[in-house]
Design a protein around this ligand. Sequence first.
Ligand code: AMP
Ligand code: ZN
Length: 469
Amino acid sequence: MLKLYNTLTRKKQVFKPLGKEVMLYTCGLTVYDYGHIGNFRAFIFEDLLRRTLELNGFNVKHVQNFTDVGHLVSDADAGDDKMEVGARREHKTAWQIAQFYIDAFLEDEKKLRIKQPTIRPRATDNIPEMIEFIEKLEEKGYTYATDDGVYFDTTKFKTYGRMAKLDLKGLKAGARVEMGQKKNPTDFALWKFSKGAKRDMEWEAPFGKGFPGWHIECSVMAMKYLAETIDIHCGGIDHIPVHHTNEIAQSEALTDKRFANFWMHNEFMTVDGKKMSKSLGNFFTLRDLSEKGFSPLAFRYLCIASHYRSQMNFTLEALEDAENTVKSINDFVFRIKNTEGAESKKIIPAVEKADKDFMQWVNDDMNMPEALSIVFNLMKLVNKEIDSDKGNRSELDRVYDFMIKVNTLIDVVEEKSATLSDEEKKLIELREKFRKDKDYKAADEIRAQLKEKGIILEDSPQGVKWKRV
Ligand code: AMP
Ligand code: ZN
């Protein structure tokens, strides 16, 4: 039984999908710059969620967009457009900027072993649908026009701000300055009119030439590629008070149905207690970490090992620890695949219990710190048994199966940890033959050759053992 924390109810709830497939929508990157590792914390959390659903036997239809248009620097519909700012900075068109950072994102995503979404639409490929959506909201009386755009009137949507528990009266009293012609501080742009210089990205619409507001794209793409009511919608907690609040308002105003059954949000990655963000300049990209010699999988592990609903303070020391842990997991997988001893009797009961406990913690709103501590306790026990030459093939195979199951979530095991190539196998066999023939010189040459490939051989009473270093 899988329980997930739902921001709508502030409770863990048993998860049941509406239909055969879980309909999952996750807000994607705004592609005006490289994603920073705080952004990737969100995408790794969503990857873990998807893998958890799949481990529980669900099929997942996962949609994640690219915000490749508009998206104003401030959530309050003011300031410059992020895409146009990126284009000016790099002397390219907004279209070129979008393509460049989409490609960069795809590379990073692959290195982090984040599963590809089932469908990955771009906002700019869905403009007619957005226009249609806004027209329908207009017909239902939810919108008004100002000099600079078409706005959603949040007072018309009776439960506006419920998920975020917004203090609407307080907001109204506090915000007068940046309102422009907006009727209420929480009203938001569905469409902005093009003004002044020609924009790289603008479209004709019945209400005037321009470009979509940020929030509309996710409602449109979630409904188009999934359904009017979806199972789970995700993003970082910064999306709760504005982006997701506005998605709910416009979607439910349009359909009179609930937009998403579960809303799930990851906490921030912070630096010295502050949210990692472009605007504060306190961010790293995955490329920065690679230049410092860290592997993307260490970063992946760091994210997976901290609870997604806890703040995660990023330090290079923590990343170094994660790098070591990934190595120890790989060494362990390698060891259990390539050693064998006498029957242990302790291993099977331990692994059966670990398996059960692991799943219980995973299914308790993805409590990975607890789930992983179960794995480490098992590793300790099995390592001790192997140190005293215990653990027969079938016992260690059972441990291996469990580790592979764990790896379906954490995905940090390198394939080479568990296997030898055919050529490597042949070399080891050849060395064995030379040793039998007492041609120790030739045997040592092969040992040296394998060492160069990072394979260390150990001769033991049970035969030759190997490990990769
Ligand atoms: P954006 O491109 O700004 O829409 O961000 C993409 C995703 O990253 C969203 O789900 C954000 O909520 C999330 N995000 C942004 N900054 C952080 C951070 N410092 N920690 C965790 N998630 C973040
Ligand atoms: Zn979104």
